[in-house]
Write a protein that binds this ligand. Structure first.
Ligand code: GLU
Length: 525
């Protein structure tokens, strides 16, 4: 392929006239769960449709029945809805150019395949799989590129009639011109020319009567009046064939935009299909796993929009409306971008902090319900959660991290174990001193009014000073006693959230635990 670059990314916007309303489609095949790369294609589709005031169409390309994965269409729809990419026409809502599921359009493709045969641009091929394998085997032996030898292209009408009469199964193949070259245009890459002799007589209609991708995509994009085709770079190689099919029908092709692949964080390889493990950490690549990991759709929307496009040199955070307003296909960077999980996490943190505590609570509930095993409604009604959410808002980067920050508040006191011997010891304090601290603090906690964080903190500080112990060392045993952890949300706010009764109970248990330990130690000595 030869390639010239015609569009220069980020060229000044002022020389652009407004675009007419575009019709763009996202056309997933239900052959696996939605991948981040697919979601980005859909996002760019959607942005272009919204920017131009056009339509975003969802079309299901399910003509390869062998590769069908149950649940993958639902998964794709859920992923699009999660990101807020609502479609204007699609399998579930219909539209003026339906049906939007290719397996329901069988008769249409058959009609158009027949038309190509009549026009002399396609032919029936009766070759058996065994013969095709034999041909390929011989080609390999001769060191040639394997491909169909066009055996059936030159059958006489009599031979055809005889094979038909025998009732042999057949496929329909495209008759690629044997000479000359084909040029198609890619918006980002400019004109690309291939020599026709390098192209194969690809199958358009299979023996089961279903089309291959090549026929279905051209027919549907034409009939559905698609103006811009955004799809993965892996389809570049077959784009000349599609161009030839458009020409054969005498149709105007849409604008093609082949999107660069997304690279893995190292920038070396393509981002893999499944979860990736780097240094023991698991990185999601499927949209459903990003959802499970607790990324906010608004952060993902923002991040994905920056993966191959940029809003402005110095501005990484922007709203959906800003993106719609400024998005232009011509500004997509044709070279691949690497997935940057750190940046996504950072953005997610930014969006988490922008939520109101009430909204954050709502978003957290499904995750907490999953991770703490408490039903959603119980959590929603629990006043402790209202107090705890603002305490972790600054601390979490993903919604799924919340559980480990606040799980201690939703368990029975008995579930807090003090197995780590240092957990109940204040910094530079031994067990006896830490016990004295807990006892002094308990006396305060039992009585103080109101049971409110500032009051508790003031009383604790005064007590620490009186005992000649640094405040930090004084507080430490309480954090351990109440949360069973070394790291937790701010201590006094956590106490207030948990409530006096439970706090007192936990401190008493910690005291009993330390007493037992000291007792055991003295018996041993
Ligand atoms: N069904 C194709 C895929 O899932 C889409 C290609 C296209 O958008 O034309 O890869």
């Amino acid at each position: 392929m030869t390639q010239e670059t015609e569009a220069s990314p980020n060229r000044p916007r002022k020389d652009r006239s407004p675009e007419p309303p575009a019709r763009v489609r996202f056309a997933p095949s239900p052959t696996g769960y939605l991948h981040l790369g697919g979601l980005r294609t859909a996002l760019f589709d959607w942005l272009w449709a919204r920017h131009t005031g056009g339509q975003f169409i969802l079309r299901v390309e399910d003509t390869d029945r062998r590769r069908y994965v149950p649940g993958s269409l639902e998964d794709a729809m859920q992923g699009l809805k999660w990101l807020g990419l609502e479609w204007d026409e699609g399998p579930d809502i219909g539209g003026p150019y339906g049906p939007y599921v290719q397996s329901q359009r069988r008769a249409i493709y058959q009609e158009y395949a027949e038309k190509l045969i009549q026009l002399g641009y396609a032919y029936r091929c009766y070759c058996t799989p065994e013969r095709l394998e034999q041909v390929r085997e011989e080609q390999r032996r001769r060191g040639e590129k394997p491909g169909y030898d066009r055996h059936c292209r030159t059958l006489s009408p009599e031979e055809r009639a005889r094979l038909e009469a025998e009732g042999l199964p057949s496929v329909v193949r495209f008759a690629v011109p044997l000479e000359g070259s084909t040029t198609f245009h890619d918006l980002l890459r400019g004109p690309i020319t291939v020599q026709n002799r390098e192209l194969q007589d690809m199958v358009l209609l299979k023996s089961d009567g279903l089309p291959t991708y090549h026929l279905a995509v051209v027919v549907d994009d034409h009939l559905m009046k698609i103006t811009h085709v955004l799809r993965g770079q892996e389809w570049l190689a077959t784009a000349p064939l599609h161009q030839l099919i458009y020409q054969a029908f005498g149709w105007e092709p849409p604008v093609f935009v082949h999107l660069p692949v997304i690279l893995d964080p190292s920038g070396k390889g393509k981002m893999s299909k499944r979860k990736k493990v780097v240094d023991g950490k698991e990185y999601p690549t499927l949209v459903r796993d990003f959802i499970q990991a607790g990324y906010l759709p608004e952060a993902m929307f923002n991040y994905l929009a920056t993966l191959g496009w940029s809003y402005a040199a110095e501005q990484e955070i922007f709203t959906r409306e800003e993106a719609i307003q400024r998005f232009d296909l011509r500004d997509i960077n044709p070279s691949p971008a690497a997935m940057n999980y750190e940046k996504l996490e950072w953005m997610n943190g930014v969006y988490i902090r922008e939520l109101s505590p009430q909204e954050l609570k709502e978003r957290l509930i499904p995750y907490l319900s999953r991770d703490l095993g408490i039903d959603e409604e119980t959590l929603r009604q629990d006043p402790r959660l209202d107090k705890l959410v603002p305490l972790i808002q600054e601390r979490i980067k993903r919604l799924s991290e919340a559980g480990q920050w606040i799980d201690w508040a939703f368990v029975e006191a008995e579930a807090i174990t003090y197995t780590d011997p240092k957990l109940l010891l204040g910094r530079k304090l031994d067990a006896a001193q830490s016990l004295a601290v807990l006892q002094a603090g308990l006396a305060i906690l039992e009585r103080i009014e109101p049971f409110e964080h500032q009051a508790i903190q003031d009383a604790f500080r005064a007590k620490a000073e009186e005992m000649g112990i640094k405040a930090g060392s004084f507080f430490g045993p309480f954090r351990g006693a109440i949360t069973g952890k070394k790291v937790s949300p701010p201590l006094f706010e956590s106490m207030e959230a948990l409530g006096r009764e439970e706090v007192v109970k936990r401190v008493r248990r910690a005291i009993a635990f330390l007493e037992e330990q000291l007792q055991a130690a003295s018996e041993q000595a």
